[in-house]
Design a protein around this ligand. Structure first.
Ligand code: SF4
Ligand code: SF4
Length: 147
């Protein structure tokens, strides 16, 4: 298990697979957007390469980029949420590499509740609109500014 995750990243911090009270099929895939960095480990890269029948080098070049000492998934523009993972289907809002997705995606959110799903449900009930989609932006900071 890693120490506290750096901001704006989806990392392998939580491993438990509890019973869940959220339904990803009713969500626009907020978690595939909000994290600017989705970590790709060497094992993830091997899985991706195998999935696409590519060499490791080709998969690395095509699907990932570096962020400092980290390898992360590339992203794409999305008319709904702005920027999202390159593997998100922009129409169905599903993961196009579900069986080959990185470990962090398999683990997320790692607890029985999803914060965004709670907001989504709350607003759909409050607005009495089963399709309304709250656009929530989270700004991460490493520490509380002095003041
Ligand atoms: S934000 Fe939550 S409910 Fe939506 S896809 Fe991600 S884990 Fe599922
Ligand atoms: S690999 Fe799939 S589950 Fe992971 S962030 Fe991308 S679209 Fe979402």
């Amino acid at each position: 298990m890693k120490a506290r995750p750096p901001p704006r990243s989806m990392t392998t911090t939580l491993k438990a697979k509890p019973r869940v009270s959220y339904d990803c099929s009713k969500c626009p895939a907020y978690c595939c957007s909000i994290y600017e960095r989705v970590e790709v480990t060497p094992r993830d890269l091997r899985r991706l390469a195998r999935h696409f029948g590519l060499t490791l080098e080709a998969a690395e070049e095509r699907f990932t980029k570096r962020y400092n000492d980290e390898r992360i998934l590339r992203r794409q523009s999305d008319p709904v949420l702005g920027r999202v993972c390159r593997f998100l289907d922009l129409t169905t809002r599903g993961c196009t590499i579900y069986e080959a997705r990185p470990e962090v995606c398999r683990d997320y959110p790692g607890r029985s509740r999803c914060g965004y799903y709670d907001v989504l449900q709350f607003e759909r009930e409050t607005q009495d609109d089963p399709d309304v989609m709250p656009l929530v932006q989270i700004t991460f900071r490493s520490r509380t500014p002095a003041g």
